[in-house]
Design a protein around this ligand. Structure first.
Ligand SMILES: [Zn+2]
Length: 248
């Protein structure tokens, strides 16, 4: 095995933790926006603290062929998937340059910088405002950002073009679907409880689009207009501020 000096970058694949400040390696090492991550060997430190004889070399002269140092990357996304790394964070392509040691499945590089990032849909918040605020730290890297939809890869942000309308549309649609589904879950139906101001909790007996009948604990049946009953997000319950008609 030789250690060639690559002039143009090699592309590898990595998984990062996506934290508030940006990207971190799975082992916790932070990646700074706009600055290549330079490999530093820790074998020489380890030797002095543990007293074990390891093949020490200049920490900044990494990676070395007979060491384990360097910035790691896989040769394929498939490899990250089959080894299970993918589910620990966000995946992306990474530019590798300087000294690059090649292995069967991957590389150890002297310098590395994310080329692009693929965000799994489930890691994104629901509203566009939250998504944009969450993405702010990532855009500082200037790497292209994609969303992994259901089998699709959708462009979301580019260094020169900013947010991609196609990607935003996709996320807006997703957000709408989410709220529609939530709304459906919140259709008032038989058995639901409604907090009625001054009366207590009533259990819905019958509900349609215009009228609701509900039974209070004291067996009184109340009839209310459907429009007077609203879902209170904070209290997580149905509430009505009405003088309900008492049926019995
Ligand atoms: Zn080393």
């Amino acid at each position: 095995m030789s250690i060639p000096d690559y002039i143009s970058p090699i592309i590898g694949y990595r998984v990062w933790q996506w934290v508030a400040a940006g990207l971190k390696s799975l082992n916790g090492e932070p990646w700074s926006p706009g600055k290549p991550l330079a490999a530093a060997c820790r074998a020489s430190n380890r030797r002095t603290t543990v007293g074990r004889a390891e093949p020490a070399h200049d920490a900044n002269d990494a990676p070395q062929e007979k060491c384990r140092c360097g910035v790691y990357a896989s040769k394929s996304r498939e490899h990250l998937r089959t080894t299970g790394y993918e589910r620990y964070g966000i995946c992306g392509e990474v530019n590798l340059w300087g000294t690059v040691v090649e292995h069967e499945q991957g590389f150890r590089a002297q310098f590395a910088y994310p080329k692009n990032l693929y965000l799994p849909l489930k890691m994104l918040p629901i509203t566009l405002a939250e998504i944009q605020s969450r993405l702010q730290a990532l855009t500082l890297y200037g790497s292209d950002i994609f969303v992994l939809g259901n089998g699709e890869t959708i462009s979301l942000w580019g260094k020169d073009s900013g947010f991609d309308p196609a990607g935003l549309d996709y996320l807006i649609e997703r957000s709408k679907r989410y709220y529609d589904r939530r709304q459906q879950d919140r259709t008032l139906k038989k058995g639901d409880r409604v907090a009625i101001l001054g009366q207590g909790i009533a259990v819905v007996e019958r509900a349609d689009e215009t009228e609701v009948e509900a039974l209070l604990e004291n067996k009184t049946i109340l009839r209310m207009r459907r429009n007077d009953i609203a879902w209170n997000r904070q209290n997580m319950r149905w509430e009505a501020e009405v003088l309900a008609v008492i049926l019995r």
